[in-house]
Design a binder for this molecule. Structure first.
Ligand code: UDP
Length: 249
């Protein structure tokens, strides 16, 4: 049976108490680039700080596509695909550590929890500990996705939203929501302000992995897709204002 939302216990009418923010690796670098860009890192940290100051609990699931994606490099390098996925997960740990320090530098307490053990650099994921950190006002950055190969950090974000009783899942992109086609390539692409889970799944809209959307649907986790590059978007989203594309039943 689908669980009731808003169990974080911190949500007030129409507002968000606990959020899972999914940031793809491409958010950490310049468009089409590689590695981590200082400006992009500062922008992400600024937007997160903007909502933690409102008392919102934020857990961030970071992607790693700015370093590598397992499915793509396995063939290129002639290595086992499972190994390539573990390499991809390690890429997400790099992003997590960078974001941790950037946020701390701006005065925000942070913990990184990784789904694969990286004892010398960060904590391992422990659900109850993660929730405790959030309750204490710390941002938790969840690294290494699910800890298992052949899936992506979108699925990890959906799992985290369900597991941590988040009120909503935010998917940060580099455009302002979901369009019928890529607006950077197709000038006729139409903006879609609201979508049902089924519309996303049936039309194979490239918003999130189908498995992630399916999980959110089964557990009634609403998803908002918006650009993190525009200052104030995330604050508006937690305040229940219309921003980006809203996905629900
Ligand atoms: N990955 C994985 N298991 C997970 C999450 C990620 O194997 O649970 C690997 C996978 O190879 C993926 C890479 O890590 O391509 C980087 O994650 P993702 O593609 O989700 O990053 P994003 O596209 O969000 O930058």
């Amino acid at each position: 049976m689908a669980k009731k939302r808003g169990k974080s216990g911190t949500a007030r009418a129409g507002k968000v108490g606990r959020v899972i923010l999914k940031i793809s690796g491409e958010g950490f670098c310049e468009r089409g680039g590689f590695g981590i860009d200082g400006g992009a890192l500062r922008q992400i940290a600024t937007e997160i700080l903007d909502v933690t100051r409102l008392g919102v609990q934020v857990a961030v699931v970071v992607g790693g596509g700015n370093f590598l994606r397992g499915a793509k490099i396995a063939g290129e390098l002639g290595i086992q695909e499972a190994t390539a996925h573990y390499m991809g997960m390690l890429g997400t740990v790099i992003n997590a550590l960078a974001l941790q320090d950037r946020l701390e530098e701006m005065g925000q307490p942070v913990r990184v929890q990784s789904a694969i053990a990286v004892h010398s650099a960060c904590e391992s994921f422990i659900r109850r500990r993660c929730i405790r950190h959030l309750e204490k006002g710390r941002v938790v950055i969840l690294a290494a996705g699910t800890g298992r190969p052949f899936v992506t950090t979108d699925t990890a974000a959906a799992l985290a939203a369900v597991e941590m009783n988040a009120d909503i899942l935010f998917k940060a992109t580099n455009v302002d929501g979901v369009y019928t086609a890529d607006p950077k390539k197709d000038p006729k692409a139409k903006f879609l302000p609201t979508l049902s889970y089924n519309q996303v799944i049936d039309n194979r809209l490239k918003v999130m992995d189908v498995s992630a959307v399916d999980l959110c649907q089964r557990h009634s986790v609403p998803i908002t897709v918006f650009s993190l590059m525009k200052h104030g978007n995330m604050r508006k989203a937690v305040q229940g204002k219309t921003i980006g594309t809203r996905i629900g039943h």
